[in-house]
Design a protein around this ligand. Structure first.
Ligand SMILES: Cc1cc2nc3c(=O)[nH]c(=O)nc-3n(C[C@H](O)[C@H](O)[C@H](O)COP(=O)(O)O)c2cc1C
Ligand SMILES: Nc1ncnc2c1ncn2[C@@H]1O[C@H](COP(=O)(O)OP(=O)(O)OP(=O)(O)O)[C@@H](O)[C@H]1O
Length: 151
C-alpha cells in the first residue's frame, strides 16, 4: 500500500475501523457495521485473511469474495484485505480515530490501545454489543443449519 492512499481530509471526519472474518454475511454483520459507522463519519473495514483465520474453521467463502460483499454494504466506505503478517500494518495508513470491536472479538480494549500508542496511533477502542435475537445471526449457526438439512 502507498502511504497517503487513504488521505485524511483536513482531519475533520472521525474515521472508524471495524474488523472481522465476515464469512457468509447475515444481519448480525449488518448490525455490527451499522453501529460501528454510527460512532463516527466514515467506516473502514479490515477483512481477515484466509491464512489468519485460525481461531475457528477456515472460511467457506474465499477472502476476495468476502471483501467484495463487505464493500457492497451501505455502512461501509472502504473495506480492504488485512495484512497476512502484521495486524498493525494496515493501521499505519488508515489511522483510525476509533476501533470498533465485536461483542465476541478476543482482544482486550485496554491492551489494544496500549499497543496502538507504542506505534504512534491514538485510536479509542469501543465494543459493539450483540444484536437482538435473529434466527440465523451467526455464520456458525448458518453452517450447522445447512449441514442439518443437506449433510
Ligand atoms: C485492530 C485490528 C487490526 C486487524 N488487522 C488484521 C490484518 O491486518 N489482517 C488480518 O488477517 N486480520 C486482522 N485483524 C483480525 C481480524 O480481522 C478479526 O478481527 C479476527 O480474525 C477475529 O474476527 P472474527 O471474530 O470476525 O472472526 C485485525 C483485528 C484488529 C482488532
Ligand atoms: N449477531 C451479531 N450481533 C452483533 N455483532 C455481530 C453479530 N454477529 C457477528 N457480529 C460481529 O461481526 C464481526 C464479524 O463476525 P464473524 O465474521 O466472526 O461472524 P460470526 O457470525 O460471529 O461468526 P461465527 O458464528 O463463526 O462466530 C465480529 O466482530 C462479530 O462480533
Amino acid at each position: 500500500m502507498l502511504a497517503g492512499y487513504y488521505p485524511r481530509p483536513g482531519d475533520l471526519l472521525t474515521r472508524v475501523l471495524a474488523t472481522g472474518t465476515f464469512d457468509i454475511l447475515h444481519p448480525g454483520h449488518v448490525y455490527f457495521l451499522t453501529q460501528a459507522k454510527a460512532l463516527g463519519d466514515e467506516l473502514f473495514v479490515i477483512v481477515a485473511r484466509d491464512s489468519n483465520v485460525t481461531h475457528k474453521p477456515k472460511p467457506i467463502i474465499p477472502e476476495e469474495q468476502r471483501l467484495e460483499m463487505v464493500n457492497a454494504l451501505g455502512a461501509v466506505d472502504k473495506a480492504i484485505l488485512g495484512s497476512e503478517k502484521d495486524m498493525f500494518e494496515p493501521l499505519k495508513e488508515i489511522r483510525p480515530d476509533i476501533i470498533a470491536l465485536g461483542y465476541d472479538q478476543r482482544y482486550d480494549a485496554e491492551i489494544l490501545e496500549k499497543e496502538l500508542i507504542k506505534r504512534g496511533l491514538h485510536a479509542k477502542v469501543r465494543r459493539i454489543p450483540l444484536s437482538k435475537e435473529c434466527p440465523l445471526c451467526s455464520t456458525g449457526t448458518i453452517i450447522k443449519e445447512v449441514l442439518k438439512r443437506y449433510g
